[in-house]
Design a protein around this ligand. Structure first.
Ligand SMILES: Cc1cc2nc3c(=O)[nH]c(=O)nc-3n(C[C@H](O)[C@H](O)[C@H](O)COP(=O)(O)OP(=O)(O)OC[C@H]3O[C@@H](n4cnc5c(N)ncnc54)[C@H](O)[C@@H]3O)c2cc1C
Length: 398
């Protein structure tokens, strides 16, 4: 067992670290660094141009082949890049990168046509295209196979009707990766097709969903007699469930959250070392010390679980429940970190970043509010536990 990175991967880490230190836009750090899960027109412009800068270097798609605009790196290069990026907290690159380049692009490379790879993967890796995921519906989330959005064949086209919800970044995306029912008579898993559809297509309406942080990341997306060409189909008609499983496999192997948690823990530790309560530094309080030390151990375990997933991917092995294991623990850690930080900061946690007395830049309350969504997005924790029970422990579900 060897947990160390190779000298070449270490050199790549240094290259990325130097690049980020030099190139991360200063205006971002001044205005937007402490705006967790917030996004507006101004920050989006910075995100777009920053992603293009990453794209020029091939860093946006570290793991994508060079001929498709990536860097042709291994899974470990991808880990190194994500660790460096997220160790800086919230950077302009955000969920749009994960959806577009980390989840959909590799799926297209596995199951798409040559034309689709050229049309979508290359520009995505250059930061010129953004995708959103159109899976969930008002009455269909965990039980995704019950979706009702329909796509009916009509000559050379399909006519789409229905509604998607919680669609992250639909208001910014160029294309939607849409799951729709193409055969209502087939068993639920067998009658679904994935389409990649231009968001400017007539018949698509996007409406914002404002979250607890008063920010706009999610949307409802309505399809009203929306006509799309057959060329929008990914893989084959009625093969959508298979395509979604390929995409989900990419989605559940993330390493960015442990890195982000380490960075937050570092901020909290620093705070405890510099702030006194009742004449003593917070870091001298045994309860606080114990809680933070326990958290540090658990974040490390989460990192190692993610490394294990990366190792399996690197060896070309199929991931079944390993990504779910890491995701369950990650979500749990995120919630704990948010809770412990609110306990330590006390009532001061309620001060936002516009107050000069706000501790840790007034950001921790945002993490606390956001934590509730962590165990739901990308598949609820209970569903991940079902995956572990079935695939990991071999329990049969009735
Ligand atoms: C931050 C965030 C971002 C998201 N982004 C997107 C996106 O971009 N695109 C998209 O399509 N969707 C997105 N979603 C939606 C997300 O995928 C769904 O919310 C999720 O799959 C759960 O579905 P649901 O909301 O319908 O809840 P439900 O499926 O109704 O579940 C409600 C509760 O019941 C539990 N439950 C349900 N079935 C079972 C079962 N079989 N066993 C045990 N417990 C069960 C669930 O765990 C949950 O606690 C996002 C959600 C969040 C929070």
């Amino acid at each position: 067992m060897d947990y160390s990175f190779t000298p070449e991967e270490d050199a790549f880490r240094k290259e990325i670290s130097d690049f980020l230190d030099k190139e991360l836009p200063s205006e971002w750090f001044e205005k937007f660094r402490y705006t967790y899960w917030e996004e507006d027109d101004e920050s989006w412009e910075i995100t777009k141009s920053w992603n293009k800068k990453l794209g020029e270097k091939g860093y946006l798609g570290v793991g994508l082949p060079k001929e498709y605009g990536g860097l042709g790196g291994s899974h470990f290069h991808h880990v190194v890049f994500e660790e460096e990026l997220y160790s800086r907290g919230r950077t302009p690159t955000w969920i749009e990168k994960n959806i577009t380049v980390d989840w959909i692009s590799p799926t297209l490379l596995e199951v798409g046509t040559e034309e689709q790879k050229e049309k979508f993967v290359k520009p995505a890796a250059k930061g010129d295209l953004v995708f959103c995921l159109g899976y969930s519906e008002p009455d269909s989330g965990s039980d995704l196979a019950s979706m009702t959005t329909s796509a009916v064949e009509d000559g050379d086209e399909f006519i789409i009707n229905g509604q998607k919800t919680w669609t992250t970044m639909a208001h910014r995306a160029d294309y939607i990766w849409l799951a729709a029912r193409t055969d209502p008579d087939a068993p639920p898993h067998k009658g679904i097709t994935i389409f990649l559809i231009d968001m400017k297509t007539p018949g698509i309406t996007v409406r914002p969903i404002i979250n607890m942080l008063h920010s706009h990341s999610y949307n409802e997306v309505f399809f009203d007699n929306c006509r799309v060409p057959k060329s929008a189909i990914i893989n084959q008609k009625n093969m959508g469930w298979y395509v979604m499983m390929v995409a989900l496999n990419h989605e559940r192997g993330g390493v960015n959250f442990p890195s982000h948690m380490k960075q937050l823990l570092g901020e909290l530790v620093q705070y405890c070392k510099t702030i006194k309560r009742d004449g003593k530094y917070l870091s001298e309080d045994s309860v606080i010390r114990k809680k933070l030390a326990k958290l540090a151990v658990e974040i490390e375990v989460t990192t190692l679980l993610n490394y294990r997933t990366t190792c399996l991917q690197h060896k070309g092995k199929k991931i079944t429940h390993e990504g779910s294991l890491a995701k369950i623990l990650c979500n749990d850690m995120w919630t704990k970190l948010a809770q412990i930080s609110t306990e330590i900061l006390g009532p001061f946690v309620l001060l936002d970043r516009f107050s000069r007395r706000a501790p840790i830049h007034g950001d921790m309350a945002r993490y606390f509010l956001n934590a509730a969504s962590m165990g739901v997005g990308g598949g609820a924790t209970e569903i991940q536990r079902n995956v572990v029970a079935q695939m990991g422990l071999g329990f049969k579900l009735k």
